[in-house]
Design a protein around this ligand. Sequence first.
Ligand SMILES: [Zn+2]
Length: 414
Amino acid sequence: MKKIPVAKNKRLRLLLNLSLLTALLAACQPAPTPVALDPNQMMTAMVQTIAAQLSAPSETPAPPPSTDTPAPTATLPPRTPPALPPSTDTPAPTATLPPRTPPALPPVYQTSLLKADDLPRQYAADSCQYLKNKWDSTKAAPGTVVMVVMYHGINKGDASGNAVTVSKHEQNMRALHEAGFEAITTQQLADFMYDNAYIPPRSVLLIADDRHFAEYFNDHWRPYYEQWGWPVVNAYIGLDERPDLWAENAALSAEGWVDYQAHGYVHNVNITNASDDAFIESEMGGAIRSLQKYMDKTPIAYIWPGGGFTQRAVEIGTQLGYKLGFTVNERGPIMYNWVPQADAVNAANPIAIPEVPAGNPLMTLPRYWSANVQQHLDEVRIIGKEAAAYAEQNKATELDYYDIVCAPTYGAIP
Ligand SMILES: [Zn+2]
């Protein structure tokens, strides 16, 4: 049996008395003959009786009155409430313990597999939300890694320029599949990078740049969609010329497995520090308007034509609604809150524009060149494994930190 505290007991009695009084008053109302009892006087008398009960010396020292149910003290002389104890409702067991000092969060996972200047950058501004997303068992497991691959041409003859041969492309796809990779869409990547939404532990985003006829996708990509359900991204150019080309691509877009994203409007003029806002808007905004017009689709990714980006263009692109951007810089794979980038131009990768000055890792994600997929597969797999092991090693510390600093506001981790 639960013992009712004295004050609560008194409050109960008070409530009972008040209900009785209400019943009595209600019963009085329809009485045909005038009754000598004045309801106001009755109330005053009753309240005084109750007050007398409350102030009568009790068996045990009464705790201070609760503040949430104000007693009808209107007719009583004002009483000075005693100070409330620090905890009112149900005192938590930890309340009496000394405050815990949160542990220092471990540094970001580093790897010697990448070039020395290509350092992983974190972009999550809120460490509590980051930890919650990271350890939420319904989301992507730590160590989930994405290889982003950039394709240009796939040549039926010899490889030339940025293109690869058909047989090289087939080898790439087989190697990715055998290594346990699965292809994802741009939206899946955005949900992963922003919220750590679940994607396969080894994912690949295949991006084919520039305009191609439907034949290119039917010959080189459709077989993998049919066998494995793998989508492919087409980084498409917005300039609305050649209506036949648009019609073919719009039909492919409607099928759903070719994922059209933006790759400039005129495309052949790259964005540089000399570009003014109007040009940047016409390139990045123009690409959105064309895809909306012809494909009824709003792109969420901008694939920088020629790999040209600036801090200003990253800002404008974000304002236009882009969630992700892709460079031509081959830095490494990407993970949730982990993007390898360089602070400055460096000898190891002299043609790559440094991303850090642009200030937004999500808008300047690296890509592997299609010719180099097979030689980098192991590095991507090992980075995923190492990151998972590093996360496991720090799990207790991070959960401890979360429990002390974050849980009161962010709640328990699902
Ligand atoms: Zn291009």
